[in-house]
Design a protein around this ligand. Structure first.
Ligand SMILES: Nc1ncnc2c1ncn2[C@@H]1O[C@H](COP(=O)(O)OP(=O)(O)OP(=O)(O)O)[C@@H](O)[C@H]1O
Ligand SMILES: [Mg+2]
Length: 147
């Protein structure tokens, strides 16, 4: 896969950084001349992956980083990877089912992966218990980006 304009970011895994994660995604993708809807969808998908990394990847007092990687993979496709080196996911297929959540309170609805799936064109989740999780998303933009 040919990748251009790669941007790699490391951020502290705290929810205070969620807005910054969204803004960085928006700034990167803005170069590709997205529609307003595409921009909103990308920001929302990144938000969900970022908050999952913080909340589920590093539960309780566990500290760590969230890594974001952006790349243009073809003239109209952007690839976004969100990685944590946290606890990992035992059963990925189950975690991705709509409404599935391991949250015991009533704060989470179990819809994060479903939102990521519906707002992007491809999503792949790689995870190993004890090692962490990488969510890779590809979004096709209705544009021709000349790189
Ligand atoms: N980065 C991650 N590390 C470890 N577990 C994860 C990670 N991301 C998701 N999970 C697991 O997958 C489940 C489903 O995630 P999803 O985002 O769909 O729902 P949620 O985060 O529980 O709720 P919501 O996103 O609606 O607030 C989570 O409850 C958690 O168990
Ligand atoms: Mg979630």
């Amino acid at each position: 896969m040919i990748m251009e304009k790669i941007l790699k970011i490391q951020m502290d895994a705290v929810l205070e950084n969620q807005g910054l994660a969204r803004a960085l995604a928006a700034a990167y993708v803005s170069e590709m001349d997205p529609t307003v809807d595409e921009l909103t969808e990308i920001k929302t998908a990144v938000s969900e992956a970022f908050s999952n990394a913080v909340i589920h990847g590093y539960p309780g007092d566990m500290q760590g980083s969230v890594y974001m990687e952006f790349a243009v993979v073809s003239p109209a496709n952007v690839m976004i990877k969100i990685t944590d080196h946290g606890v990992g996911i035992e059963d990925i297929a189950k975690a991705m089912e709509p409404l599935f959540t391991t949250d015991t309170g009533d704060e989470r609805s179990g819809m994060g992966f479903t939102v990521m799936e519906s707002f992007t064109d491809r999503i792949k989740v790689d995870s190993r218990p004890g090692e962490g999780t990488t969510v890779t998303m590809i979004k096709k933009l209705d544009t021709y980006y000349d790189f």
